[in-house]
Design a protein around this ligand. Structure first.
Ligand code: ZN
Length: 412
């Protein structure tokens, strides 16, 4: 996609600019570099400006998917998981991983990326397997994909040490160093699979500090209160000086702790600047299958974390693979699912919208590049929804996505 040859003016839209809760009738001017140059009422176009009349359509910043696994995406048909458990998914994927090629990984990842873009997502952080079968092959593929899409889609790659690699600490450290040398954006992994888990957690912190990268881990994906590492995570975040640079994925076990303990954890996360990502599709699919009755949801305590002031994002996690066989790439569907899975209320609709936009954009450090503000990239979602609440509650069939001010999906 080439950059716009001339300036563009979006006029007559209901625009949700940064720092406001309600969309207003505003015009948005976009420069030749694809960035927003002005936001105001009734901007006057220059003679050669391309004017797009939006007739009251809702204009919001593109959505941000804080946690995906593009390297495994769309393997549902080639990997089985008859039990529907996390262990079953890991065992199934392991068989494929031994022979999966970098080209296959990239091809499937790109299909999902395009589906996400068509639904309005403009940035994805993707956790990419480092395991004994693939080593850093997946990381290389995703870093390549990130570079191929640079300027057209924001990808962040997390080096995600998982599966058998969590029980090979020295080799895992070498793979992480290699991934850092390839230019990954964050360090991650699943310390809960390691033995002993806390030593592995410490290793991940050391590697992150060494390479000056943020940490984004799957801190748990189970409901066993005796194995929780949330206190340890708060402790390490402080002792390694990583405040504001740590993200905890899932945190399912928080729902299994006593309320007073969970409250202490939520307060500790807030004061240590630990962000949380909830992944309701994966939790609802994988967790709690062993229960004989009253199956738990497996979702973390979203309301309590929000009340404590923790930055909580909601994200897709796996899309159409043995971990989660479904997924359209529509983050608004994830926001909607979060409403019911996390027992949010009727007054929380806008909060769930922020969980797939403003909050992950902030945690991923997209900064002044993102959002509807002067200087930001004009990566926008334009729909016929009444307002952002409507965007979440009913979704929207008519979507157009602009990337750098150019139409990348849908029609206007
Ligand atoms: Zn995940």
């Amino acid at each position: 996609m080439s950059m716009p040859e001339r300036t563009t003016l979006l006029t007559g839209g209901q625009v949700l600019r940064n720092g406001t809760d309600v969309a207003e009738k505003l015009d948005v001017a976009i420069g030749q570099d694809g960035r927003i140059t002005a936001i105001d009422r009734a901007l006057i176009p220059a003679a050669d400006t391309k004017v797009i009349e939006l007739a009251g359509k809702l204009v919001v910043p593109g959505l941000v998917d804080m946690h995906q696994h593009l390297d495994k995406s769309r393997t549902r048909r080639v990997v089985s998981n008859p039990e529907g458990t996390l262990e079953g998914a890991l065992a199934g994927y392991k068989k494929l991983a031994a022979n999966v090629t970098r080209e296959e990984i990239m091809e499937r990842a790109e299909r999902t990326l395009r589906a996400c873009l068509a639904h309005g997502t403009v940035a994805i952080r993707t956790h990419t397997n480092i395991d004994p079968e693939t080593g850093v092959r997946g990381v290389e593929a995703l870093v390549d994909l990130r570079e191929q899409w640079r300027g057209r889609f924001t990808l962040q790659v997390v080096a995600h040490v998982t599966s058998g690699a969590t029980r090979m600490p020295e080799q895992a450290k070498q793979w992480l160093d290699a991934a850092a040398a390839k230019g990954v954006d964050a360090i991650g992994g699943v310390p809960a699979f390691a033995d002993p888990p806390l030593e592995f957690l410490d290793m991940l912190f050391r590697v992150a500090v060494e390479h000056g990268l943020p940490l984004d881990m799957h801190i748990d994906e189970h409901l066993d209160a005796d194995r929780q590492m949330l206190d340890a995570l708060i402790d390490r975040t402080r002792s390694f000086g990583m405040q504001g640079r740590v993200t905890a994925g899932h945190c399912s076990v928080l729902s299994a702790l006593e309320p007073d303990h969970a409250k202490r954890i939520a307060d500790g996360f807030a004061s240590a600047g630990i962000a949380v990502v909830t992944l309701p599709a994966a939790n609802l699919f994988l967790q709690g299958r062993e229960a004989a009755k009253l199956h738990p949801r497996g979702v973390t305590r979203v309301r309590e974390l929000l009340a404590a002031g923790v930055k909580v994002s909601a994200a897709s996690d796996n899309i159409q693979d043995p971990f989660v066989p479904i997924g359209s790439g529509d983050l608004l569907e994830v926001a909607r699912l979060t409403m019911v899975a996390a027992h949010l209320g009727l007054t929380d609709v806008e909060t769930s919208y922020r969980m797939v936009g403003e909050t992950p954009a902030s945690v991923m450090g997209l900064g002044s590049d993102w959002g509807i503000q002067v200087g930001a990239r004009a990566d926008l979602l334009i729909t016929d929804a009444e307002d952002v609440e409507d965007l979440v509650t009913s979704g929207s069939l008519a979507r157009a996505v602009l990337i750098g001010g150019e139409l990348a999906a849908g029609s206007l």
